[in-house]
Write a protein that binds this ligand. Structure first.
Ligand SMILES: Cc1cc2nc3c(=O)[nH]c(=O)nc-3n(C[C@H](O)[C@H](O)[C@H](O)COP(=O)(O)OP(=O)(O)OC[C@H]3O[C@@H](n4cnc5c(N)ncnc54)[C@H](O)[C@@H]3O)c2cc1C
Ligand code: FES
Length: 484
């Protein structure tokens, strides 16, 4: 099978790229080993913002004043592009413009807001302003910054609209199709028994499964938690809210039309991030989020949903978009931070321009091969952390002495001589054993009780209870325990 461009990953990044390329007349094939949007796009809280997670003063420090201007311009353009696509394609995905409010936690210094206001103005976002408090009745945030013309939408409905448009433009989308071997040539072998050749390959797999080392020393996987709380319709002003805590909280409102006519809103609150695979206390983190939210939003009735997911934090605050280091025909879109909706859209715009051969002013800012000198301390800290995970993984004992101690529906690491085995006992009591060694670069996985997954503490690969790979950079399942 041949196409001009083969795109791996049908999340926001892959689908936007496929859509924009298909509009230029390029033939596109999209491969995804799950369903459309089934990666982190399904778990997102879908804030669409040009308010950068890592702050404009930090982006300016790392990338210079021109870099901050381009960052502001590209995130603003991404929201505008989503809006334009929604209108042009008639996609019913609840796209809505609203304001965003950035506030400091209690006892936090307001200086950070002043620095951010000044840096954002220098970056060209001159409509950002101070306001006395965010528009929430019961929760006095104190002075905060208002970012106008942010947005929110329903990402899965948006992707459904893109799917229709891609197929109308002649593109083909293969779900349930794992991309195994990826060659710069450019060729992909799938596990469904067919290969795809293309002039270019775009790896839009959230974290690249083709790049083994380079990018993974420059971005770090963090797990973030979300609760959706039922509140009376209209009881919290529709807006995006973020604080400057570490880790920070992010909040928005989603309306739900109940079948019995009892319409209500969901207050979607996220935070409590930690390095993936380095904590197994999800229940406690959900409780912390609920406590934080109930204190500030007393109208909360009950918690309807909760979930977690991974964000890839780049060392210098901006995504890696462009040619994969060392390759000619393979492009990557990764390092989204908590801004994957806009970074994924920037990825689609930029990669399309690179493939088509049009100049793009954002190219060097997002270049995956860039070296940002001022990040050396953070780079060292994160990579020492990875080294520590390796050593601890191999030197520590097991979680339990014997599989007998593992309850139904739970997993634990068992040490057998020098080997480590990931043992899962299913609900019926049957034991399933896999090697605990991550096929990416050999980290030792750990059990994630709330997600029922095996998570690698080194670069965030995630495997289901039976050891099947869910999230890269690993691109294959946990090996057989017998090989240990
Ligand atoms: C809880 C949470 C809240 C967030 N909130 C926000 C927010 O408010 N705003 C925001 O902008 N961002 C947010 N983010 C970040 C954002 O969701 C992600 O950055 C974004 O969805 C990544 O999109 P993607 O298309 O790059 O990857 P994904 O959506 O993860 O898609 C990658 C796809 O690649 C497929 N794949 C992987 N490997 C292979 C393979 N070998 N073969 C075939 N297919 C493969 C996967 O099945 C998957 O479907 C949030 C993330 C989380 C987890
Ligand atoms: S994710 Fe890199 S070693 Fe596991």
């Amino acid at each position: 099978m041949h196409a001009d461009v083969c795109i791996v990953g049908a999340g926001i990044a892959g689908m936007t790229t496929a859509y924009l390329l298909s509009r230029t007349g390029r033939t596109v094939i999209v491969l995804d080993d799950g369903h459309i949007g089934g990666g982190m796009t399904e778990r997102t809280t879908a804030h669409l913002c040009n308010a950068i997670d890592d702050r404009y003063f930090e982006i300016e420090h790392l990338h210079g004043e021109k870099g901050a201007i381009l960052a502001a311009e590209s995130h603003t353009a991404a929201i505008d592009r989503i809006e334009a696509i929604v209108v042009e394609e008639g996609i019913d995905c609840e796209f809505e413009r609203l304001d965003g409010y950035l506030f400091v936690p209690p006892n936090g210094s307001k200086d950070v807001l002043e620095r951010e206001l000044n840096a954002a103005h220098r970056a060209g976002l001159t409509d950002i302003d101070r306001v006395g408090r965010a528009p929430i009745d019961d929760f006095d945030t104190g002075m905060c910054l208002c970012f106008p013309r942010q947005a929110q939408f329903h990402p899965m409905k948006y992707l459904e609209g893109l799917k229709y448009a891609i197929e109308r433009n002649g593109g083909r989308i293969f779900t349930g199709t794992h991309a195994g071997k990826i060659e710069d040539g450019a060729r992909i072998e799938t596990d469904s028994g067919f290969a795809v050749t293309a002039d270019a390959i775009v790896m839009a797999t959230n974290t690249p499964v083709n790049d083994i080392v380079t990018i993974h020393t420059k971005q770090y996987s963090y797990t973030t938690y979300v609760i959706a709380a039922r509140i009376p319709r209209g009881s919290v002003t529709r807006a995006l809210y973020w604080d400057t805590d570490d880790p920070y909280h992010y909040i928005r409102v989603q309306s739900v039309s109940a079948q019995d006519g009892d319409d209500y809103d969901l207050l979607i609150v996220g935070g409590e991030d930690h390095k993936s695979g380095q904590a197994d206390d999800g229940d406690q983190r959900y409780e912390n989020l609920e406590g934080w939210a109930r204190e500030r939003f007393p109208m909360i009735e009950n918690i309807e949903m909760r979930w977690s997911g991974q964000v890839m934090e780049p060392v210098d605050g901006l995504a890696f978009i462009g040619r994969n280091p060392g390759d000619q025909n393979v492009y990557i879109i990764t390092g989204d931070s908590g801004m994957g909706m806009t970074h994924g859209t920037i990825g689609g715009i930029l990669v399309t321009e690179l493939i088509v051969g049009d100049p793009c002013p954002w190219e060097s800012l997002y270049d995956p091969s860039r070296i940002t000198l001022r990040t050396s301390l953070q780079y060292a800290r994160e990579n020492i952390n990875v080294a520590v995970q390796y050593f601890e993984g191999y030197l520590s004992g097991g979680d339990v002495d014997s599989p007998e101690e593992i309850a139904p529906g739970e997993g634990a690491i068992v040490r057998r001589g020098i080997a480590k085995v990931a043992v899962y006992r299913d609900e019926e009591g049957t034991l399933h054993e896999r090697s605990a060694v991550c096929p990416h670069l050999g980290g030792i996985v750990s059990w994630n009780t709330s997600e029922k997954t095996w998570d690698c503490p080194c670069h965030g690969s995630q495997f289901d209870s039976y050891g099947r790979v869910i999230t890269g950079p690993a691109n294959s399942d946990l090996g057989s325990a017998k090989d240990e």
